[in-house]
Design a protein around this ligand. Structure first.
Ligand code: GAP
Length: 545
């Protein structure tokens, strides 16, 4: 992961948001290459949903919506995570993500301090000096302040005491004045989530933490002006169901697709862009006849697995989790999570949920506006059920980077020395740059002129770059590192004719002496073959479609 994060910064895929100010936790910026990669991903999802299918239409809703939407959708009351706080560091964690641990727990009721010392927790600090210095003989004062520490079995109590002392010092007591820690009890605990795995300190009781980011609309910042940045893009598609249905004249089953930003005040953003506070979703709300939700849920599961293969994430790397009842979102009757083997563990890329008619029903009731579908065949009105494949843009970009990253030892084409080649093996469809055009030498005007010509011809068709600095081997390496699948080199054979007869990349023969051909270098195999300049556009376009 460290290597991928470093490459992302070095080559301009992803930067920390507000970096020069120390960053902002849970927010990321996409650099010149990252934005191309992300755009290719979104474009392909959009094309798969709205162009290659007849039963889905596109949509782009606003991020800010009437607060009543979030009340009716259930997000105000239920869109929350359980939060716990480390009593020592005050760091916050999601209770359900705490690794269970076993060990010996030491429970302290508090500490004893010299009687003349004030209690900082009550701000009752008698002035030192004067009469106080004569109070040494007085019994120590007991301070009641509960704390507990978990240490692995076999470790001495001293390691628990060390943490406990830090805790009491953090509450304002002076280390050298702590006469004793008052141990209440010890206990062997198993699989407990009541202690911080990082330091063994006791965690607070879990409390409910709503994940929506609150904001105010308009100049008056009172409760009536409160709304939220959307935590999912889905709700606008439910709320506009009737309008979209009327204008698109679709019949069930049909879907509404949307790509856009969503915001969640995640307790613990982590794993690079994987869990962020601002992220993008690609969501499809697929409306189906009542009773057919489970069948469509399975159809969409297959569709989505095939889609990931088409962007270069193999089926074998995706795990399908049937989400257990207790872990499902409040709106779901059945969910599959598609999980990818990230370097930091197997984690969710996309959720495919059978939302039933939960959302349409909630909004119909709360708004008083009918959201039913009129079925021409049966002449009946009913609420449609919804199956929702909801994918994360940022998580899929991260999966593409992780899947693509590779290192191998190769011989440098010029010096013959062994070196490490870093390569991002993106499938051409996703690659930020599709091809790079190189004149073999910068100081040969004939080579440069043809290379520039090829570059200008390809530029309107696909994302292509031109590079003439550094030795050709170095230029290839730089292109490999950013995942450019094709290198096009204008060399002396282009001017003087092919040295020998060969078969071109397109399968057609190239005769010895044939001019106007270039070297086509393949990123993954480093194989080089010749191709006629005139064949380049058609060849490249079929590879990236
Ligand atoms: N409308 C359904 C919905 O929002 P979800 O499982 O909460 O369902 C869908 O989110 C997808 O959005 C996830 O599978 C994930 O890819 C992405 N996602 C959710 N929270 C995220 C976060 N904090 N950072 C990055 N991506 C996130």
């Amino acid at each position: 992961m460290e290597k991928i994060v470093a490459l992302c910064k070095r080559r301009g895929f992803i930067f920390q948001s507000s970096e020069i100010y120390g960053g902002l936790n849970g927010a990321w910026d996409y650099g010149p290459l990252g934005v191309e990669l992300k755009r290719n991903l979104k474009d392909y999802w959009w094309k798969s949903m709205t162009q290659l299918r007849d039963d889905i239409v596109g949509f782009d809703g606003s991020i800010l919506m009437n607060a009543a939407v979030w009340k009716a959708s259930g997000h105000v009351d239920t869109f929350s995570d359980p939060l716990v706080e480390c009593k020592l560091t005050n760091k916050r964690y999601r209770a359900d993500q705490i690794e269970p641990q076993s060990g010996t727990a030491y429970y302290y009721s508090g500490i004893s301090i010299p009687a003349f010392v004030g209690d900082p927790s009550t701000a009752n600090m008698p002035p030192l000096g004067g009469a106080d210095i004569f109070k040494f003989s007085v019994e120590p004062k007991k301070i009641e302040l509960q704390f507990a520490v978990l240490v692995p079995i076999g470790k001495p109590e001293a390691s628990a005491q060390k943490i406990a002392r830090q805790f009491y010092v953090s509450k304002g007591y002076i280390e050298s004045q702590i006469i004793s820690l008052n141990l209440q009890k010890t206990e062997i605990v198993e699989n407990s989530t009541a202690f911080n795995p990082e330091n063994g300190a006791q965690l607070s009781e879990p409390r409910v933490f709503n994940l929506m980011l609150k904001t105010y609309i308009g100049p008056v910042q009172d409760e009536s002006a409160v709304t939220y940045l959307r935590p999912e893009t889905a709700q606008a598609m439910f709320v506009q169901f009737k309008n979209v249905l009327d204008v698109s004249q679709k019949k069930l089953p049909f879907g509404i697709a949307q790509i856009g930003k969503a915001f969640r005040n995640e307790i613990n953003p982590r794993n690079f862009t994987f869990r962020s506070r601002e992220f993008e979703q690609m969501e499809l709300e697929f409306f189906v006849k009542p009773g057919t939700g489970p069948e469509w849920l399975n159809k969409w599961l297959e569709e989505r697995l095939a889609w990931y293969e088409a962007i270069g994430i193999p089926r074998a790397k995706i795990h399908v989790l049937t989400v257990p009842d207790k872990d499902r979102a409040f709106y779901s009757q059945g969910t599959y999570d598609l999980e990818y083997e990230f370097p930091f563990g197997i984690q969710e890329l996309e959720g495919i949920a059978h939302r039933g008619n939960y959302d349409l029903k909630q909004h119909q009731e709360a708004s008083g506006k009918p959201l039913e579908y009129f079925d021409e065949e049966s002449k009946t009105k009913y609420l449609a059920e919804v199956v929702e494949p909801s994918a994360g843009v940022d998580r899929t970009v991260l999966a593409l980077l992780c899947e693509g990253y590779d290192e191998e030892t190769v011989k440098d084409e010029e010096s013959g020395k062994e070196e490490t080649r870093v390569v991002l093996r993106f499938c051409p469809r996703m690659a930020p740059i599709k091809a790079s055009v190189f004149p073999l030498l910068k100081n040969k005007p004939e080579l440069v002129a043809i290379a520039k010509d090829i570059y200008k011809t390809l530029q309107p068709l696909l994302k292509v770059t031109y590079a003439d600095t550094a030795a050709i081997g170095r230029r290839y390496r730089r292109a490999d590192e950013i995942g450019t699948p094709f290198g096009i080199t204008v060399d002396f054979e282009t001017l003087e004719g092919a040295k020998e007869a060969s078969t071109s990349a397109t399968g057609t023969p190239i005769a010895a002496g044939q001019k106007d051909t270039v070297t086509l270098r393949h990123r993954d195999t480093m194989k080089q073959e010749r191709i006629a300049i005139a064949d380049l556009p058609a060849y490249l376009l079929t590879k990236i479609a």
